[in-house]
Write a protein that binds this ligand. Structure first.
Ligand code: ATP
Length: 234
């Protein structure tokens, strides 16, 4: 399998006047096509900063980052926006749904502008919400709202799905349902997936686990046997 992301000496320094924070400090990383990778590490170790750079939401301060053969580090803001639009789905801890739109309409927001989208109905069926399409976010549980957010993210058929604490706001039972959806998307659609979590148990469902410490990669593990989300508990 080829590398979907590759970084070389990737560093990010946040400069807030008097204080300079080195959020990433020379990260060399490869993530592979079709894999589900979990990023673990203490708070402040640089996980979200890396995800934001991989997703084209932010620029590195130095070093290189490639998505396949596209050098993201050399791209203008406009090209990064197009990269995000065409290739990347995001899922965040808080679902960021539009409260005045139904589940179906929230997904339509993306399918209306994507070049080769799924039907909104198919994306919602993929996450097991075909019976809730015309509900508003307030009429859905937290886990269901997160599944709508995942449907919205996958509806444009992105090559990569980047998830920052997707179960962070959910109880463990609902969190497991969301993880099952992420695993299904990875298995059935082959979408390369990166999941940040504080929950170390989730590493058991990953192909690859990357441990961050102080803006660096501390170590990496490859799982020979992956656990089903339903067998993971926390
Ligand atoms: N916009 C910003 N301005 C200044 N410092 C920032 C900014 N974003 C992040 N940082 C700092 O960069 C470091 C890395 O933050 P980052 O959010 O990447 O860590 P994280 O591992 O994702 O943490 P968490 O698990 O708490 O989300 C931290 O010290 C953080 O305070």
């Amino acid at each position: 399998m080829g590398a979907v992301f590759r970084t070389q000496g990737l560093s990010k320094v946040y400069d807030t006047g008097d204080l300079k924070v080195r959020a990433l400090d020379g990260v060399d990383l490869e993530l592979f096509s079709g894999e589900l990778a979990v990023l673990l590490g203490p708070s402040g170790s640089g996980k979200s900063t890396l995800l934001n750079i991989l997703g084209g939401l932010d620029h590195a301060s130095s070093g290189k980052v490639w998505f396949r053969d596209m050098d993201l580090s050399a791209m203008s803001d406009r090209d990064l926006t197009l990269y995000r639009r065409n290739h990347v789905g995001f899922v965040f801890q808080f679902y960021n749904l539009v409260a005045s739109l139904t589940a179906r309409e929230n997904v339509h927001l993306v399918t209306d502008v994507a070049p080769n989208p799924m039907r909104a109905e198919d994306a919602l069926a993929q996450v097991g919400l075909d019976h809730r399409m015309d509900h508003f976010p307030a009429e859905l549980s937290g886990g269901e709202q997160q599944r709508v957010a995942i449907a919205r993210a996958i509806a444009k058929r992105p090559e990569v799905l980047l998830c920052d604490e997707p179960t962070g706001a959910l109880d463990s039972k609902t969190g497991v349902q969301v993880l099952e959806v992420l695993r299904d998307v990875n298995d059935r659609l082959g979408t390369s997936t990166v999941v940040i979590t504080h929950n170390a148990a989730i590493r058991q469902m990953a192909h690859r686990v990357v441990y961050f410490l102080d803006g660096r990669i501390d170590r990496m593990e490859v799982n020979d046997a992956r656990m089903a989300p339903s067998d993971i508990s926390w």
